[in-house]
Design a protein around this ligand. Structure first.
Ligand code: SAM
Length: 293
């Protein structure tokens, strides 16, 4: 049976008495409504990644994988470790072990994972369950923003991955510079970015109408949970500048009439952008780190 997800659950996940500065106002909310959905999400994410890699799972063996902003659970990275990878997690608001959620979740994942992913070892899932903590061989979790991961060595990451995390970064240029520094020449990156104003998905471009001052206040108040309002064209340029060959595959478009209306109300820099920079409100970046010529 799925675990009902409540706001109390989220509060528990944060831990009573946590530092206010360490709180994301919606800190790692349970994105999926229950255990079953969360298990399916981890397996689907792993299968997606395997589909993009050369020689699927074989490619993962002994590779160093970085996940940025893993969120509520570490099911996806534990699957990758079970397939032979070593994983580093980087999250400014790293999810803490929740005795009311994680044991139920990891037991449910352990139950189905071998049927869904050929050749997977369950050892990493068993280890976190045994330790009742996110501790497993091959897993390193860093509670820090991607912007400041100076301790990760230059050129040490083979594959980077994120889902709905880059729109929450506070200093995107600095974070992408770090990603460029730590990725090996030839290394790959897969980053799904949700470019909508998270305050109201039905009006996904409203934040483009706010002045710098107004938007800074919204960002601060929401700890960047509303999204940093960078457009895909700006991400594209930053990834290129950090040394990546870049491909962007959009997977959500805003309504044409709404986009035209917002363009008349948006701040000048957004009015000047090509219409596609506003229309494309979600998509995945596929990166390959250039080799020095
Ligand atoms: C919307 S959640 C997505 C979580 C997960 N990837 C998923 O799909 O469910 C955004 C994640 O980014 C993390 N995050 C926010 N700021 C960050 C930063 N500066 N560096 C790394 N992660 C960050 C959040 O703590 C959270 O885990």
């Amino acid at each position: 049976m799925g675990l009902a997800v409540t706001s109390q659950h989220v509060a528990r996940q944060l831990g009573a008495g946590a530092e206010p500065t360490a709180l994301w106002s919606t800190a790692n909310p349970l994105e999926r409504p229950g255990v079953k959905e969360a298990v399916e999400f981890a397996i689907r994410s792993a299968n997606l990644l395997l589909g993009w890699l050369p020689r699927r799972g074989v490619f993962l063996a002994r590779k160093a994988v970085l996940e940025v902003g893993p969120g509520q659970d570490f099911g996806f990275p534990l699957i990758l470790i079970g397939l032979g990878a070593n994983v580093i997690l980087v999250d400014r608001y790293l999810a803490q072990w929740d005795e009311n959620f994680h044991p139920i979740y990891y037991r449910a994942l352990r139950k189905v994972v071998t049927k869904k992913l050929r050749g997977i070892r369950k050892r990493p899932i068993r280890e976190v369950l045994k330790h009742r903590a996110h501790q497993a061989r091959g897993l390193r979790a860093i509670q820090q923003g991607l912007e400041s991961v100076d301790q990760i060595a230059d050129g040490s990451i083979d594959i980077s991955y994120s889902n709905a995390a880059f729109e929450h970064l506070a200093q995107v240029d600095k974070a992408i510079e770090q990603l460029g520094r730590i990725t090996k020449p030839g290394g790959l990156g897969f980053h799904q970015i949700d470019l909508r104003d998270h305050r109201d998905f039905n009006r996904p471009l409203e934040y483009l109408c706010l002045s710098e001052g107004e938007f800074s206040a919204v960002l601060e108040a929401s700890s960047w949970s509303c999204g940093n309002r960078l457009r895909y064209t700006e991400f594209f340029e930053m990834f290129e500048q950090a040394g990546f060959d870049v491909r962007f595959k959009p997977n959500l478009l805003a309504d044409d009439e709404y986009v035209r209306d917002v363009r008349t109300r948006a701040q000048a820099q957004y009015q000047a952008m090509p219409i596609d920079a506003l229309r494309l409100v979600s998509g995945r970046f596929f990166l390959k780190k250039r080799r020095a010529s």
